[in-house]
Design a protein around this ligand. Structure first.
Ligand code: HEM
Length: 492
C-alpha cells in the first residue's frame, strides 16, 4: 500500500525488519547452518531476480531492511536510466560496511560529482597511456602468462592425472598486471608479501559479503564489536592499510618526476603540480591515492580472473568449440610465435567465444549499486531520492526478445555470415553510462591474450572420471565459477 500511495515501482511484499531479502537470507542461513538445500530450484539469485519481472514488470522494487531498492531489467530500461537520466542515476549509495572501509573516496564507491569525475579521468588516462605507451601492457601480460604456462605443466605432471586448480595461477597473473601498472612491480607467486596481500583482499571481501559482518549495514556500530569477524575485519583493514602505505611512502622517497614508473608515480607528480599551483582544494592527496589503489586492485583482479576461468570452463565442457578456437589460433598465429594484440581482429571466432562466455556468465551481474541522487519520475513510477538502483545486466544477456535461444552457448551468434565479428548492442558485461567499467579496455586485452596464449599452448580437459562442474557459479562480490580442476596436454 505504501508503494501505491507513493507511486513507487511494484514488487513483492517485504518481510518485517529484514524486508524482501528475508526470502534469500533465511534459506541460505538454513542451508549453511544445517547443510540442507533451501529449495529444489537451481536458479541463481540473479535468475530469481529476473523471474520477478514476470510478476512485476521490468522496473520493480524490493526492500532490504527498510532501504528501497529498485531493480532495472532489460536493455531498454537500463539504457533509458543510464543514458537518458545520467545526472540522476550515476550516484552510489552510502553502504555502511563499504563506506567504513572506503571513506567514500577512490572511484568505485565515490559519490557522483566533480571529485569522482577528476579522479576517474586522471586514472583512466594514465592507465591508457601506460598500457599502450612506455610501460607497455603486452609484454607485462605475456611475462605473467609464461609463468602460468610453466607452473601449469609442472603442477599437471605432479598431480598424476588428478588435475590442477587453475584459480590461483590465473589470479596471480591478473594481480601482477595490476601490480605492474599501479605499483611498478611484479611479484613471484611465492612472494610472502604478495601472497599475504592477495589473501587479505580475498578475506576482506569474503567477510564483507559473506559473513555476519553484513549486519554492519543495518547496525554500523557492529563494526567496533571486539570479537569474531568484526575484529578480524578491522585487523584485515589495518594490515592492508600498512601494506599500501608502505608502497606509497617508498614511491614518494624514490620519485623521479622525469621518469614516472607507474600510476602511483603519475599520481604523486599530479599531486605535487597541483600543490605548486596553489590549488589548496585539490582532491589529489596521498590519502586519496591510497583508496584509488585499493579500488583498482579490487575492481580489476577478481573480475578479470573469474572471466578467464569461466572461458576455460566453458571450453572444457564444449571440446568442439575448444577445437575450433585452437584451429583458428593455429591458422592465424601458428606455433612459432606467441599471440599478440595485433592478432585481435584476425581471430573472430576466438573473440566471439570470449564474448559468448561473458554474455552467459556476467561476472558482475548486478553491476555496482547505483543510487538516485534526486526524486525522479521514471517510466511511470516515482523513484525517491536515496533509492538504491540495481541494473540487472544478467537479465539483458538472457533476454529472449533480443537473443535467440539465450541459454544456449553459441559463439557464432556474435559472427555475421562471413564469419566477421559483430558488435551487439545488448552485450553489456561492463555496464553502460557514466559509471561504465573504467578498466574495460584493459580487461579485454587481458582476456584476449590470456585465452589465446593458453589455448595455443594447451588442450584443457577434465580429469578422467570427474563429473562436469556446475555452471551455476558462486556469488560473492563477483560471480565466480565453482572450483574445478583441469588436466592439460601441451600442444607446442
Ligand atoms: C566498474 C565489469 C575489469 C575497474 C565496473 C562495473 C562493471 C564492471 C559491470 C559497474 C558498472 C556500473 O556501476 O554500472 C567488469 C568486468 C571486468 C572488469 C566484467 C573484467 C572482465 C576491470 C578492470 C579494472 C576495472 C581490469 C581496472 C583496472 C573498474 C572501476 C569501476 C568498475 C574503477 C568503477 C567505475 C565507476 O564507478 O566510475 N566494472 N570490470 N574493472 N570497474 Fe570493472
Amino acid at each position: 500500500s505504501r508503494r501505491l500511495l507513493l507511486n513507487i515501482p511494484p514488487g513483492p511484499k517485504p518481510w518485517p525488519i529484514v524486508g524482501n531479502f528475508g526470502g534469500f537470507l533465511i534459506p541460505s542461513f538454513i542451508q549453511r547452518r544445517f547443510g540442507q538445500q533451501p529449495s529444489t530450484s537451481d536458479k541463481t539469485a540473479v535468475g530469481v531476480l529476473t523471474e520477478l519481472t514476470k510478476l512485476y514488470g521490468n522496473v520493480y522494487s524490493l526492500f532490504v531492511g527498510s532501504q528501497l531498492v529498485v531493480v532495472l531489467n532489460g536493455y531498454e530500461v537500463i539504457r533509458d536510466a543510464f543514458s537518458n537520466h545520467p545526472e540522476v542515476f550515476s550516484d552510489r549509495p552510502d553502504i555502511p560496511a563499504i563506506s567504513i572501509m572506503t571513506k567514500r573516496k577512490g572511484i568505485v564507491f565515490a559519490p557522483y560529482g566533480p571529485v569522482w569525475r577528476k579522479q576517474r579521468k586522471f586514472c583512466h588516462t594514465t592507465l591508457r597511456n601506460f598500457g599502450f605507451g612506455k610501460l607497455s601492457l603486452e609484454p607485462c601480460i605475456l611475462k605473467g602468462l609464461d609463468t602460468i604456462k610453466s607452473e601449469l605443466l609442472r603442477l599437471n605432471e605432479e598431480s598424476g592425472g588428478a588435475g590442477v586448480d587453475l584459480a590461483p595461477l590465473i589470479s596471480h597473473a591478473v594481480s601482477n598486471v595490476i601490480c605492474s601498472l599501479i605499483l611498478g612491480q611484479r611479484f613471484h607467486h611465492e612472494d610472502r608479501e604478495f601472497r599475504s596481500m592477495l589473501h587479505l583482499m580475498d578475506r576482506g571481501l569474503e567477510i564483507c559479503v559473506n559473513s555476519p559482518a553484513v549486519l554492519i549495514n543495518a547496525f554500523p556500530f557492529f563494526y567496533h564489536l571486539p570479537f569474531g569477524v568484526f575484529r578480524e575485519l578491522r585487523q584485515v583493514e589495518r594490515d592492508m592499510t600498512a601494506f599500501l602505505k608502505r608502497f606509497i611512502a617508498k614511491h614518494r622517497e624514490t620519485l623521479d618526476p622525469e621518469n614516472p614508473r607507474d600510476l602511483t608515480d603519475m599520481y604523486l607528480i599530479e599531486m605535487l603540480a597541483q600543490q605548486a599551483n596553489g590549488n589548496a582544494d585539490s582532491s589529489f592527496t596521498e590519502d586519496y591515492l591510497f583508496y584509488i589503489i585499493g579500488d583498482l586492485f579490487i575492481a580489476g583482479t577478481d573480475t578479470t580472473a573469474n572471466s578467464v576461468l569461466w572461458v576455460l570452463l566453458y571450453l572444457i565442457l564444449h571440446p568442439d568449440i575448444q577445437d575450433k578456437v585452437q584451429a583458428e589460433i593455429d591458422e592465424v598465429v601458428g606455433t612459432q610465435r606467441v599471440p599478440s594484440l595485433t592478432d585481435k581482429g584476425s581471430l573472430p571466432f576466438t573473440e566471439a567465444t570470449i564474448m559468448e562466455v561473458q554474455r552467459l556468465t556476467v561476472v558482475v551481474p548486478l553491476a555496482i549499486p547505483h543510487m538516485a541522487s534526486e526524486t525522479t519520475e521514471f517510466r511511470g513510477h516515482t523513484i525517491p531520492k536515496g533509492t538504491v538502483v540495481l541494473p540487472n545486466l544478467w537479465s539483458v544477456h538472457r533476454d529472449p526478445t533480443v537473443w535467440d535461444d539465450p541459454d544456449t552457448f553459441n559463439p557464432a551468434r556474435f559472427l555475421d555470415n562471413e564469419g566477421n565479428l559483430m558488435r551487439r548492442e545488448y552485450f553489456i558485461p561492463f555496464g553502460i553510462g557514466r559509471r561504465v567499467c573504467m578498466g574495460e579496455q584493459l580487461a579485454k586485452i587481458e582476456l584476449f591474450l590470456t585465452v589465446t596464449c593458453l589455448l595455443q599452448s594447451f588442450t584443457f580437459r577434465l580429469p578422467d572420471g570427474t563429473p562436469p562442474p556446475s555452471l551455476r557459479g558462486r556469488f560473492g562480490l563477483t560471480l565466480a565459477p565453482a572450483s574445478f580442476s583441469v588436466c592439460v596436454s601441451p600442444r607446442i
